[in-house]
Design a binder for this molecule. Structure first.
Ligand code: DAH
Length: 363
């Protein structure tokens, strides 16, 4: 390699090494390999050379060109890494910081209430079960001991879907479940006793006013074994509502009532007082209905393949929105489903303070 190429190489290599940022490096690259660059200019001198000289000089220039291109690439990678390291150390994100209040998303009161209920029932040894929103007449009504002409099957309450053919080729109308009691049936069909489950889910009825929406949520509990009795039902519900409303001496009353799938059946009332148009949960002179309950009807047990001479137990169900409205003072059911961010910011919950089984309902 001739002297001039050698010294050009050293000179360019120094320039490349001392380029301290990508812009400076690119300037060096253009000054060497660009249209008017120094190596490009050298290449152009080849034309005027003799065949012999061109061969050796041409080879040397090409080697120089490749070497310099490599050096530039190398330096470019080093500078990029340097830049990234600098960014990573300056743009740190502390994930333990609370989000800014004005940007923070909120947990919907329904989700919050479901989590609170889950924590309470998990502590009592219940498992969470699920079932489909689209049900058949059998699981929503027949297996739950609804007689054929029962008014609850009527069109005005139930959303029926268009008729379809089932596996046996029979035509039947599916429906949107009108209550989560259907999950009792599915659970008993698919699992062996004893049963101790709760279920949360959407339910549907054709109704719309201050206290009714066509879609709402229900909770259903089922406990079946060989000795569970009405005393267990009462104890379980009393413990649960007192834990949920966080009122230790909350009065709970069971009022005889009729549901086809339980015998005896009872409505659950909690104590409250009503003064000056306001409602206060707790000891008072009034009662508020919050759900239905009872001992599972022998026919329901039979329908699920259980011997009612051997197995017995209780079930109860209630509306989740209603529980949330009562606990958190939310006056209008319809607002739950309007997706109004102002409502959600007001009634929603901090996502970083979730109820959990370690700390209980309160985080
Ligand atoms: N399924 C009833 C409803 O939607 C609520 C209910 C009442 C559930 C009594 C039960 C029960 O498990 O025992 O109104």
């Amino acid at each position: 390699m001739t002297q001039d190429i050698q010294s050009l190489r050293t000179q360019i290599a120094n320039e490349v090494k001392s380029a301290s940022n990508l812009k400076a490096l690119d300037d060096v690259r253009v000054s060497v390999l660009g249209k008017k660059g120094r190596i490009t200019a050298l290449m152009k001198t080849l034309g005027a050379m003799s065949q012999e000289e061109r061969q050796t000089k041409g080879r040397d220039i090409n080697i120089l060109k490749d070497e310099i291109a490599d050096l530039i690439k190398h330096q470019e990678n080093a500078l990029k890494k340097q830049e990234m390291d600098a960014r990573l150390s300056s743009e740190t994100l502390d994930i333990t910081l609370s989000p800014r209040q004005d940007y923070m998303g909120h947990i919907h009161p329904i989700s919050q209430t479901i989590e609170e209920l889950t924590v309470i029932f998990a502590a009592m040894g219940f498992h969470v079960a699920e079932g489909p929103d689209i049900e058949d007449d059998y699981h929503n009504f027949t297996a739950l001991n609804f007689p054929p002409g029962h008014p609850a099957r009527e069109m005005q309450d139930t959303f029926f879907l268009p008729e379809t053919q089932d596996e046996e080729g029979e035509y039947a109308k599916k429906l949107l479940r009108t209550h989560t009691s259907s999950v009792q049936i599915r659970h008993m069909e698919n699992n062996k006793p004893p049963h101790k489950i709760i279920c949360f889910g959407r339910t549907y009825r054709s109704d719309y006013d201050l206290t009714h929406t066509p879609m709402f949520h229900q909770m259903e509990a089922l406990m079946i074994d060989e000795k569970t009795n009405m005393g267990h039902l009462k104890g379980c519900i009393m413990d649960f509502v007192r834990a949920f409303f966080e009122i230790e001496d909350l009065p709970v009353r069971f009022r005889p009532s009729f549901f086809p799938f339980v015998e005896p059946g009872a409505e659950i009332d909690i104590g409250c007082s009503r003064k000056d148009g306001g409602l206060k949960i707790g000891a008072g002179d009034d009662w508020l209905e919050i759900g239905g309950s009872g001992m599972v009807h022998p026919n329901v047990l039979k329908n699920c393949g259980l011997d009612p001479e051997k197995y017995q137990g209780f079930a109860f169900g209630m509306g989740i929105e209603r529980m949330a409205m009562l606990k958190y003072g939310i006056p209008d059911l319809r607002t739950f489903f309007e997706s109004d961010l102002r409502w959600l910011r007001h009634y929603g919950f901090n996502p970083l303070e979730r109820p959990n089984s370690a700390s209980g309902v309160k985080s």
